[in-house]
Design a protein around this ligand. Structure first.
Ligand SMILES: Nc1ncnc2c1ncn2[C@@H]1O[C@H](COP(=O)(O)OP(=O)(O)O)[C@@H](O)[C@H]1O
Ligand SMILES: [Mg+2]
Length: 254
């Protein structure tokens, strides 16, 4: 089975940047990669280099498909619907491909209250479960700050939760808050990636501050990443320019 990697961390630490670079390197090495954008404000597609007019519509917004798959009635609240909709063809039909990477954009289910059992959330959950439990591909999930997207069924099958932090205390505190939740979900392996590192001292500090996390590696602060963001393009368009640090990170992970 291919690697199942979930990436979390405080907003703005570089989850999407790191997820996209790892996905591109693994795909270039011959792995089949499915990248999941599970952030309510999706931007993994842009980080992978998918042009704006080809970005897939968030799955949560495909109401016709959701109603068809769950057997729920459009425009009605409540009522009966299937709790195990067919989803195994969706990774192919709903993804957008770039460099051999299939991107799925989950979107957000917002009906007030996270405990909602509605057709949208049932379908998204079924899709994530299918991807993590049944697929042979490498799955890279770019998540928001928490680990909410990982239900109990999925979390135990995730090979690694990588929490991204930056130098300093703020994102490290956020990482500490994720730890009990991740343990509660019985995630096998919990690691930390230091992003925007400015030197060895930053790595030493993160290791000291987060001794419970496996230290997976660091990505330095790169002007190319900031400049690309400003220009609205992906960083390191030429894949051979992706820093060696990403390969080292992958080596450590696998
Ligand atoms: N290593 C880095 N060096 C320079 N800028 C970075 C680096 N990593 C991320 N950034 C910048 O930080 C911002 C947030 O990154 P992003 O990957 O979108 O974070 P997240 O997905 O965690 O919200 C972006 O402007 C990105 O270009
Ligand atoms: Mg992001």
């Amino acid at each position: 089975m291919g690697l199942k990697l979930a990436i979390s961390g405080k907003g703005g630490v570089g989850k999407t940047t790191v997820a996209a670079l790892i996905a591109r390197i693994l795909s270039a090495r011959g792995s089949k990669v499915i990248a999941i954008d599970a952030d309510p404000v999706p931007n993994l597609g842009a980080a992978l280099g998918i042009p704006e007019d080809r970005l897939p519509e968030p799955i949560s917004e495909l109401s016709e498909m959701i109603h068809e798959r769950t057997g729920s009635k459009p425009g009605t609240m409540g009522g009966f619907f299937k709790l195990n909709p067919k989803v195994d063809d969706l990774p192919e039909s709903l993804s957008e491909e770039i460099d051999g990477i299939k991107l799925l954009t989950m979107g957000t289910v917002d009906h007030g209250g996270s405990g909602c059992v509605c057709p949208e959330s049932v379908l998204l959950k079924a899709l994530v479960q299918h991807l993590v439990l049944q697929r042979d591909e490498v799955i890279i999930m770019d998540m928001e700050a928490g680990v909410e997207h990982l239900g109990r069924a999925t979390s135990t099958a995730v090979d690694l939760l990588a929490v991204v932090v930056n130098p300093g205390k703020r994102s490290v505190q956020a990482a500490k808050r994720i730890l009990p939740l991740a343990r509660d979900l019985k995630i096998k392996r919990i690691g930390v990636i230091l992003n925007r590192s400015r030197g060895q001292q930053d790595a030493v500090e993160v290791r000291e501050l987060l001794p419970e996390f496996e230290f997976l590696g660091a990505l330095t602060e790169h002007d190319e990443i900031l400049d690309s963001d400003r220009l609205g393009k992906r960083p390191f368009d030429d894949i051979s320019k992706i820093p060696q640090e990403i390969s080292s990170l992958i080596e450590h992970i696998i």
